[in-house]
Ligand binder design. Sequence first.
Ligand SMILES: Cc1cc2nc3c(=O)[nH]c(=O)nc-3n(C[C@H](O)[C@H](O)[C@H](O)COP(=O)(O)OP(=O)(O)OC[C@H]3O[C@@H](n4cnc5c(N)ncnc54)[C@H](O)[C@@H]3O)c2cc1C
Length: 398
Amino acid sequence: MTQKTKKIDVLIIGASASGLMCAIEAGKRGRRVVVLDHANKAGKKILMSGGGRCNFTNMDIDASNFISHNKHFCKSALSRYTQWDFIAMVNDYQIPYHERDLGKLFCDDSAKDILNMLLEECSKANVTIRLGSKIDAVTRSEERSFIVNSSQGDFQADSLVIACGGLSIPKMCASPLGYKVAEQFEHKIWPTRPGLVPFTLQPHDKDKLEVLSGISVESDVRSDRAEFNKENILFTHRGLSGPAILQISSYWKAGEAININLLPEFSVVDTLKARQEKQPNIKLKTLLTEWLPKRLVTVLFDDFFLDKPLQELSNVRIKEIAEQCHHWQIKPNGTEGYRTAEVTLGGVDCDELSSKTMESKKVKGLYFIGEVVDVTGWLGGYNFQWAWSSGWCAGQVV
Ligand SMILES: Cc1cc2nc3c(=O)[nH]c(=O)nc-3n(C[C@H](O)[C@H](O)[C@H](O)COP(=O)(O)OP(=O)(O)OC[C@H]3O[C@@H](n4cnc5c(N)ncnc54)[C@H](O)[C@@H]3O)c2cc1C
């Protein structure tokens, strides 16, 4: 420790969703809080989230909306600081917002409203935020406090909070620092991988499906471990995206096929047979394009059959058509990776943290919050709620 080392109570690395929430709560308790971030702006991911409108939470939050090797870990924090608590703060700031499908809450105007609210709360709580801070080293002193050497000076703090997120979107300043600090203090890290990420396709599928770029279809999407119902899939020039695909990507393992039900609302067999009786001369193509986009129909089915009148379709053929609509199998080539992934799965093992405070069970005074922890939410505001809840919990005790 040098003479110039600044002594404070709480040092937080990461000035975004979880770090700012923790800073606010600790600051309100009169703790001297400094937040360091290497980015030139706080909360970059908040600003880019939800297409610029920040899906800041969800009306319906439950542990089952999160992926973790310890599925119980998130329960305590989520119940101590709930979506209603965050919504109350948003209401206090009179931020206009609206509910979209599946309980997702978005700002009416801009994600800036959420970030400005957090920054104003930080300022009221006398929190110091130092941007452009490169972290050079993190060590523990003999008095068991933490020393952090940074390009903005050296700090000594009794509590060190790691809130530096995952690996997703390196362009938005993501870095592995959180995992490195965890490893330095001998924490177990579950292997990380990109989540909520578009799929790329095998070359033959890519060639075939490229022409569908821009088309979206409400579908049920299933893998061996999860199922998401009535959300959109979106064909892109690179592969498959859209909410249903992003959701299933968090459960996908390389080499697995996913199963897409393009017409989840009704039975294609029953409907084709009923129409066969009523309108025997109508062409299959005419009927299918009532249900699905024309371009998709021509890619999925052979022209030879599409031009046939319904009366010429055998029961076997009808079953095949239904199979293609209800159980369209596609084996992704991979994902777009961290470049576009919204989250990072895996991370700091929950079993070595207190679920009430986020404090390390191994190193007193060391905390991990937000995405760096092995808790990953579904698409729909769940990841921010985890950041707010885990940040709030640590903020009560640091
Ligand atoms: C495009 C996109 C859209 C998203 N939309 C939504 C949404 O609408 N709803 C939702 O719930 N979730 C959304 N997410 C996920 C959500 O943004 C994250 O889960 C959440 O921001 C995690 O918060 P965090 O504080 O743990 O980490 P982050 O928000 O990632 O913040 C980490 C901070 O640490 C800093 N940092 C990293 N490394 C270092 C280092 N070496 N030194 C110093 N500082 C460092 C970073 O600069 C950053 O400010 C989205 C993510 C992306 C990428």
